[in-house]
Design a protein around this ligand. Sequence first.
Ligand code: SF4
Ligand code: SF4
Length: 374
Amino acid sequence: MTVATDFIALDTLAPAANGPRATSSMAWRGTPLVEPREQFRVLNAAETRGGPTGTGHFDSDLAASGWPALRPETLEVVQLNLGKLCNMTCRHCHVDAGPDRTEENMDQATAEACLDLIIRTRPRVVDLTGGAPELNPHFEYLIEECVARGIHVMDRCNLTILLARRFTHLPQWFAERGVEVVCSLPHYRQLKTDAQRGTGAYRKSLLALTRLNEAGYGFGDPRRVLTLVTNPVGAYLSGRQSSLEREWKAALLSNHSVRFDRLLTLNNIPMSRFLEWLLETGQVTSYLDRLLAAFNPATIAGLMCRSTLSVSWDGYLYDCDFNQQLDMVMDLNGRNAHVGDFDLQAWRQHTIRTGRHCYGCTAGAGSSCGGAIS
Ligand code: SF4
Ligand code: SF4
């Protein structure tokens, strides 16, 4: 397939004090940490304390909080990860996405099987993610088919992709179909955004936001919702979502005349390239300590794995996009679940697979694809 050519220049690694810097994909560099097995080894080797039991064992802390097993509730969101191909290589990326990840991209047969599942299960939301999902050749087809059936579609967009020649039509195209655009932006200030995403990312992001505003996004229209998503540029937890939203709205409006509808705050999950940065800067244990110290039982009921089905580019099913990147395939009816044979009844009864990375979702106000939980 064709790959967008206007990639943002890669940056070099930086000291911890300056926060993460854009990098290349671990797959491209062939680092051992690209293997989920190695990521688990690093995480589980950290001698961390805190949490309800002081064991650093997520399931034990769940049980001590009144949740002997984590099970789904209602299927509300089908999240399709269309592939690992991306025009950027952000330092915190949990997908290890990048321009070199051309192999992992959803094909037409899998896209059709996803549509069958969506039609059968009628989720409230279809959430398209990646990589940059726009780079998948079936991206617009999937949206057209969902919208035609009255299903709300979200595109998880990195903003800069909207400036690539093949995608400049998308703001207006989205607006005509009522697609919610959920845009990642590390910070409303240039320094922090460029640090994490690469030099020039901020300028391009602001230009893309302006184009979305011109298409009617960001003014409170329920058919043209512009959501921004931010994650900390460093080894700390997200700030309070409601107050950050006020701060961001004021700053982007006064500095750049840019408007948006809502801000979601996420914690960085200790895995993939963020884990690599923690490892390089000697912060694995201290970051886990921070997550465990902030363990919040009130977030458990609202964990996204209880209402989301995550589908990978090759059609396997997972409890969330994080488990997907860690190869933790969902076990339904005693076998690796696949989009072609999804069993809703079995899904409702299965036990969600967890690990230490899950502490990223239960820390502070909690963290999910829908932002803070509690
Ligand atoms: S964080 Fe998003 S934009 Fe950045 S490399 Fe990963 S998928 Fe691409
Ligand atoms: S990483 Fe978060 S969403 Fe995924 S299974 Fe763990 S708690 Fe659930």
